[in-house]
Design a protein around this ligand. Structure first.
Ligand code: SF4
Length: 121
């Protein structure tokens, strides 16, 4: 069975990431507009300039967020599970990153996990 490294985190650890994001995340502070982190429409694969703007916006929105490390780990765990179990790709900005950057890392992580399993078999 394919596994991601983040799946090694237990529920209490994932909950602590979530709690820290709720406490310290820039996107969870009062007055923050969730739509900024989760735009309705994301640029297509070939819209290079729009993708670059999106990536700059992601870095700006999350720049200086004290919860960024927890956010990236929680995103990998949650999005990895959605991808593996349902085929849903990441959406929106998390951890200062665009969804396609996280998808690339998840796919690499899944491939690496598969190779480890094959070697162990
Ligand atoms: S890194 Fe970005 S998405 Fe994650 S908690 Fe901070 S502001 Fe929110």
């Amino acid at each position: 069975m394919t596994r991601l490294s983040s799946q090694a985190f237990g529920l209490p650890r994932l909950r602590s990431f979530h709690n820290w994001i709720m406490e310290a995340g820039l996107c969870t502070r009062p007055g923050a507009d969730p739509a900024q982190w989760s735009p309705e429409k994301e640029p297509g694969r070939n819209a290079e300039r729009q993708r670059q703007r999106y990536e700059r916006a992601a870095a700006d929105l999350c720049g200086g967020c004290r919860a960024i490390s927890s956010c990236r780990l929680l995103a990998e765990a949650e999005e990895g599970q959605l991808l593996l179990e349902h085929g849903y790709p990441p959406h929106g900005i998390r951890g200062g990153e665009a969804p396609w950057a996280r998808l690339e890392r998840l796919n690499a992580s899944i491939t690496a996990g598969d190779m480890e399993e094959e070697e162990a078999a």
